[in-house]
Design a protein around this ligand. Structure first.
Ligand code: ADP
Ligand code: TYD
Length: 219
């Protein structure tokens, strides 16, 4: 993400209104079925056992825009990529304003299941220019301290979620998810940390803990 992107830094000297401190902002990303929700829960539990205040969130949210996305996503391609982008951005703006910023400001650890990297990957895979999606987010998005991208082959991800009720028809199509995975894997943002999501959940969780405690010794 370019330099203007708001960074969740703990620097005190700049006095920027965009700063969010003293919390920690952790994001999980990857294609549907890669194991995000599982790792969010394992990490939250581990942190809470250590007495940390943790807020787990997910996007699309349960708010008005997230609900609209869910309603519209039931029909294959019922929305244009541009309309989809607008809805995810509206949902994210509210999430940042009402949930993420206040929690970080009060010193909580925020663990978020999907963020703007999903918009880059999913709406990018529908043909929108990645630079345009980034430019839209630069104006309002808080940059996470770390973003774990769980990578698994599409065939494995689809096997894992085969028994789940299909809500997002067009988001779970095999060819589409191949494109989405490719965009995730090409992300160059320095906060992105790529993990092999094919290993057992406990092994992935241990690796995440090692990375976090090395990078953020205060944990
Ligand atoms: P996501 O939130 O990325 O869609 P989930 O965490 O809901 O993925 O996992 C999808 C399914 O795969 C669930 O049934 C979950 O129990 C299972 N699962 C999650 N992580 C793993 C893993 N590392 N290995 C095997 N199965 C997993
Ligand atoms: P989610 O509920 O996280 O699905 P899952 O638990 O299967 O991973 O996300 C719903 C769908 O919305 C998912 O297929 C990805 C898609 N999505 C986008 O296309 N753009 C976005 O910006 C976000 C946050 C999600």
């Amino acid at each position: 993400m370019a330099g203007e992107q708001v960074r969740n830094e703990k620097k005190k000297e700049t006095g920027s209104q965009q700063q969010v401190k003293p919390g920690l902002f952790i994001v999980f990303e990857g294609i549907d079925g890669c194991g995000k929700s599982t790792q969010v829960e394992l990490l939250a539990r581990k942190l809470r056992r250590r007495g940390k205040r943790v807020l787990t969130l997910s996007e699309p949210t349960a708010g008005q825009w997230g609900q609209k996305i869910r309603d519209l996503a039931r029909d294959k391609n019922s929305l244009s990529p541009a309309d989809e982008l607008e809805l995810f951005i509206k949902d994210r703006k509210e999430d940042i304003k009402y949930n993420i910023r206040p929690a970080l400001q009060s010193g909580q650890i925020v663990i978020l299941d999907r963020y703007f990297y999903s918009t880059l990957a999913y709406q990018g895979a529908r043909g929108l220019a990645l630079e345009e999606i980034r430019a839209r987010h630069r104006k309002f998005a808080v940059r996470p301290d770390i973003a774990f991208i769980l990578d698994v082959p599409v065939s494995l991800a689809l096997k894992r979620i085969a028994s789940r009720p299909v809500i997002y028809k067009h988001f779970e199509d095999q060819d589409y998810l191949q494109k989405v995975r490719k965009i995730f894997l090409a992300l160059k943002d320095s906060e992105c940390c790529f993990l092999d999501g094919c290993r057992p959940p406990a092994a992935i969780s241990r690796q995440i803990w090692q990375i976090l405690t090395r990078k953020f010794p205060e944990l």
